[in-house]
Design a protein. Sequence first.
Length: 369
Amino acid sequence: MNKIPFLDLKAQYQTIRAEVLPALEAVCESTGFAQGPATKVFEQEFAAYCGVKHCVTLNTGTSALHVAMLCLGIGPGDEVIMPAETFIATAWGASYVGAKPVFVDIDPVRRTLDPKKVEAAITRRTKAIIPVHLYGMPADMDAILAVANKHGIPVVEDAAQSQGARYKGRRVGPFGVMTCTSFYPGKNLGAYGEGGALLTSSDEYAAHARRLRDHGQSQRYCHDEVGFNYRMDGFQGAVLSIKLKHLDAWNAARAAHARRYNELLQGLPVTLPSFPADSESVWHLYVIECDNRDAIREKLSAAGVDTGLHYPVPLHLQKVYAWLGHRKGDFPVSEKLADRGLSLPMFAELTDEQVQAVAAAVRAAVRAG
Ligand SMILES: Cc1ncc(COP(=O)(O)O)c(C=O)c1O
């Protein structure tokens, strides 16, 4: 068996090459490089797909989080609640505007913000709650919204890892007042470069986000506030429109691989990801939890199986947030996932033979201790 990569973007490219290359050429011919018509078309398609009124494309998902914080008027002295175990960018939006990230532990089953622990973190300074649909699994939005609504706090979804995921039958995106997503190449809906978007059904937030991404212009060359150059380029719009047509099929293939992994890894002393009845994860990552994680990872590497760690240091233990004064033990579920989580190869084009080979290698590695 050849080496099994963690992610194979080239395999995906080969399946859409004949669609992508003419679309890129059309952008060259139109010279719509900076945003341009291709990006506008994609914005309409993706807003409709997510069930929201507006999609404002941005240069990255991190910028989307920054813009969302600005749209909510969040600044120094304010607090933003988010899970302790996520990619660091979830916290950057709050930090960029001078607000304080307030970490909350995750639920051990979904591995997303634990709604039962949110209320205790709310203060009069809390200005937003950011649940993250981590690894493609929707957070428990009803329970989170119930707490948020009780206190009148807006919810901003971080859907960077979850394009197309469903919670109680609806795709993620419309649950928060704004939703931030990323089109980083490795995401389920990945660009051929950097990209991101802010989704919202509010005309006001959408208009503000559009101004902020384009130098804060209210009209051409009239600047009423500090703005940014956060525009997404036309090539990404063209690629994303093509990929959006394939997204549901790719997500279904990922879900089939996840079910197969769970079947093949039954009975091992490892924690397998769960399939909550109210949600459809899009399996951005398939993460098992095991003791001796690093040793198992080395054995898998020696057997030709590439794996990943997402994320080995939770946010409250990052040096950048040492000023918050947290210690090991503050968020035990997050820390346990950070210490034990191991991401197995996951992408739509994996073959069943590869899934079986990965599972066999995991079995052998776990048994060898
Ligand atoms: C959970 C999460 N939030 C935010 C981001 C930021 O997205 P980007 O890399 O496009 O800035 C990412 C991805 O990198 C992510 O995984």
